[in-house]
Design a protein around this ligand. Structure first.
Ligand code: AMP
Length: 445
């Protein structure tokens, strides 16, 4: 494989990790991964200024797993601290997935639950601990966690940890752990506080910043539609694509292969001829993908539907429109995507469809590009369809998860509703349909 190729093979990671990365569906490293992984592999201290959604977890986890290599001894050799239980769990899930072909033992520690199981997990032997600072220090003082072998330490979302008042615990921790170690600090912002901490914590760090390319964003017209559900998105897409002259080279992004397939199917049945439409996702063979891209580039294909994952690797510029059928979860992608429009012809536009569950992500994207994305009214011919109950529940569940991410003490609408409302009865005016609450469904997790 060529070194110029933008894949994970370019890093000196072992086969076990590369296989796990492939299984996770990652094809192209994100900018923070591209910058951080080689430095971290070389043992450097890193100061990473990057927000959630940039792929920072893999940026520090993969080099860390390379360093730990395999299970060894009883006591942890790496520690990752995160401000909230949610984030700690998320990180540990990601690392567990990357480590699936190794025997590395990962234990997650957080407060809000009894420590018994966590202590048992630590006692069974551990290589990497992911923890919130409070619980970690509690177990340290109880002499359940022995820190003498720690040689890699990561502070994730350091700014948030400081905002949440964890600084005393972190200071204490820095006093007790071995001084000879590799340190990585990630923070969404680079405030004075973070700078001070970085001096205390890091030694000759390399600073990496994934800056949103605001200039690109400024060159392209952006538009955002609020849409309630999938069917309405299809109606809107159909309405837009009917204008063949304006929408002459359109790249549509979806979050999953299933959605890509459905969009493809729905368009075929409506406004786009079969020979002007292609879909590419990870299930399609490499050749099919290359052919589709060539046809799109040459102009014989007017509309291409692609999943986020596949789209990361494709190199197509100068499209008339980028349509985010789903809002990208890697926020950097938003910027990269809209950079693909409007180069040759200045009429390039980036159009995004937003459901209520996407408002959270849109806010983060707007912070990143440092300006609001203008809202547009739905065209008059677009019919707004009612939202099916399962789709609505999925969205509300997602919103709960987002709230929990921001505030780990948030119990969630499901939780409250489950206790405060009786399930819909026959007496409800509409037979239990479309209530605001979520009728007696158990949580997914
Ligand atoms: P993070 O910023 O680490 O929270 O990552 C945000 C999301 O991007 C997670 O869902 C990751 O699984 C996903 N992700 C991270 N890196 C990549 C990549 N290189 N390709 C595709 N998805 C990625």
């Amino acid at each position: 494989m060529q070194t110029t190729q933008n894949t994970f093979e370019q890093f000196k990671l072992n086969r076990q990790l590369l296989n796990a990365i492939e299984e996770a569906g990652y094809e192209t490293p994100t900018p923070i991964q591209e910058q951080a992984i080689p430095l971290a592999l070389a043992g450097q201290d890193i100061l990473g200024i990057a927000q959630t959604g940039t792929g920072k977890t893999a940026a520090y986890s993969l080099p860390l797993l390379m360093r730990i290599k395999f299970a060894q001894g009883q006591h942890p050799r790496a520690l990752i601290l995160a401000p909230t239980r949610e984030l700690a769990m998320q990180i540990s899930e990601a690392i567990t997935q990357f480590a699936k072909y190794t025997d590395i033992r990962i234990v997650v520690l957080y407060g809000g639950v009894g420590p018994k199981t966590q202590i048992e997990n630590v006692r069974a032997g551990v290589d990497i601990i992911v923890a919130t600072p409070g619980r970690f220090m509690d177990l340290y003082f109880q002499e359940e966690v022995i820190v003498k072998n720690l040689n890699v330490m990561v502070l994730d979302e350091a700014d948030k940890m400081m905002d949440m008042g964890f600084m005393p615990q972190i200071r204490k921790l820095l006093e007790i752990i071995p001084t000879k170690r590799q340190n990585m600090l990630f923070s969404a912002t680079f405030s004075e506080k973070v700078e001070r901490l970085s001096h205390e914590f890091l030694e000759f760090p390399t600073r990496i910043e994934v800056t949103p390319q605001a200039t690109t964003a400024e060159m392209v017209t952006q538009r955002l539609y609020e849409v309630p559900n999938f069917r309405t998105k299809i109606n809107l897409l159909t309405s837009l694509l009917r204008d063949k002259e304006t929408f002459n080279r359109v790249l549509i992004f979806t979050r999953s292969r299933e959605v890509a397939g459905l969009v493809h199917q729905n368009l075929l049945d409506k406004v786009v001829r079969e020979d002007e439409l292609r879909v590419i996702h990870a299930n399609k063979g490499q050749n099919t993908r290359i052919n589709a891209m060539d046809a799109f580039r040459s102009g014989s294909v007017r509309v291409m539907v692609a999943t986020d994952v596949v789209a990361r690797g494709i190199d197509i510029t100068e499209v008339s429109h980028v349509i985010n059928f789903d809002v990208p979860l890697i926020y950097e992608d938003y910027v990269h995507r809209i950079g693909r429009t409007g180069r040759a012809n200045q009429s390039g536009e980036a159009i995004t469809f937003m459901t209520i569950a996407d408002e959270y992500h849109i806010k983060k994207i707007e912070n990143m590009i440092r300006k609001p994305i203008p809202r547009a009214e739905l065209p008059a011919d677009v019919e707004t369809e009612p939202t099916p109950i399962p789709e609505r529940q999925d969205m509300l569940r997602e919103i709960d998860n987002q709230k929990r991410k921001e505030d780990p003490t948030f119990l969630g609408a499901f939780h409250e509703k489950k206790h405060s409302h009786r399930p819909p009865s026959k007496t409800s005016s509409n037979g239990g349909h479309k209530r605001r609450g979520l009728p007696g469904r158990s949580k997914r997790k």
